[in-house]
Design a protein around this ligand. Structure first.
Ligand code: FMN
Length: 319
């Protein structure tokens, strides 16, 4: 949430053709009652894109899933991993790890309604649960209900005492637990998630499971997406480097500006580009200071990118 909005996804799609992109979690009630264009609107070139729903009432989820399927999403993913208080108050997210049968009822109801894959993203357990028992129980229940894929954030969530941010770092990662799930259910597509930041690591995980979900790494260092099409999908990369990718993204940004949108709506998701390169700090500074002004246009982005280009040229001269 707050990160993979449609502009972020449009940017990431510019970097990689084949990666499956996920929306932010949207509650089923919001889909039914809210401003749909704002909440679930997306651009056709974002495909393949999965919409993540939050909820725990089978009927409400089914109505929401049907709406999302009719909007053209490629997959409905149910959130069984979010630990925030707000979500627990609504009895969904990670606390559903304690209620496999309810999650299964939600999955079965959605599967009966929509023709696209219905998938689940979960933790290995919550609080005092034994992950050996809890993950199997959740997996078996939702798979029996027809879930097509299981994505597992390979750590527990502690529902009392840790903030959502702490719940992404403090409970220890247990990749072996996810590998064991795959060994027990070899025919089920299992995607692993949590703390994975390099394509080398992705490749290592792919020896054990079917897919890898990147959260923070993809957002904070989006440049790594430039190579996944060739390296992981056996295709060819869309762009030779980040400079070319930004250029290719300009028409999307221009259309947003023409429609009255702000540069920062989009460039806030691009701050991580060029991370670790000379000039990256100047790039970020320009976007953070000039890019937030209401009148900021593409020239600000171009000037920011030029900071990196010039810094690289200077470094090449010195070398
Ligand atoms: C700002 C932020 C928002 C997140 N929002 C969601 C969300 O809406 N739904 C979800 O399933 N996970 C959400 N997550 C969790 C990530 O999808 C992922 O499971 C977690 O960060 C661990 O993976 P990583 O180490 O690759 O980031 C969020 C993470 C962050 C940092």
């Amino acid at each position: 949430m707050d990160w993979t909005d449609r502009h972020c996804r449009a940017f990431h799609r510019t970097l990689s053709a084949q990666t499956l992109l996920y929306t932010e979690m949207v509650t089923a009630n919001a889909v039914i009652h809210g401003d749909r264009e704002r909440l679930i609107g997306f651009s056709s070139f974002e495909h393949p894109v999965a919409l993540q729903l939050g909820g725990s009432d089978p009927d409400t989820l089914t109505r929401a899933a049907a709406i999302c399927a009719s909007w053209g999403y490629d997959e409905i993913n149910l959130n069984v991993g979010c630990p925030s208080d707000r979500v627990q108050g609504g009895n969904f997210g990670a606390c559903l790890m304690r209620e496999p049968e309810l999650v299964a009822a939600c999955v079965a109801a959605m599967k009966a309604e929509v023709g696209i894959p219905v998938t689940v993203k979960c933790r290995i357990g919550v609080d005092e649960q034994d992950p050996e028992v809890a993950l199997d129980a959740l997996a078996d229940a939702v798979l029996a209900a027809g879930a097509d894929t299981l994505t597992v954030h390979a750590r527990k969530a502690w529902l009392q005492g840790l903030s959502p941010k702490e719940n992404r770092d403090i409970p220890p990662l247990d990749y072996d637990r996810v590998y064991r799930l795959k060994q027990r259910l070899p025919q089920v597509p299992i995607i692993i998630n949590g703390g994975i930041g390099l394509l080398e690591e992705v490749e290592q995980h792919l020896a054990h499971v079917d897919g890898v979900m990147l959260g923070r790494a993809a957002y904070q260092q989006p440049e790594l997406l430039l190579n996944v099409d060739s390296r992981l999908f056996g295709g060819s990369d869309k762009h030779p480097d980040a400079f070319a990718a930004v250029e290719a993204f300009e028409p999307y940004i221009a259309a947003h500006l023409d429609g009255g949108g702000r540069l920062h709506d989009i460039t806030r998701h691009m701050l991580g580009l060029f991370t670790g390169r000379p000039g990256a700090r100047a790039y970020r500074r320009r976007l953070a200071i000039e890019g937030v002004k209401p009148e900021a246009g593409l020239d600000v982005l171009r000037a920011a990118v030029d900071e990196v280009r010039r810094a690289e040229e200077r470094r090449a001269l010195v070398a």
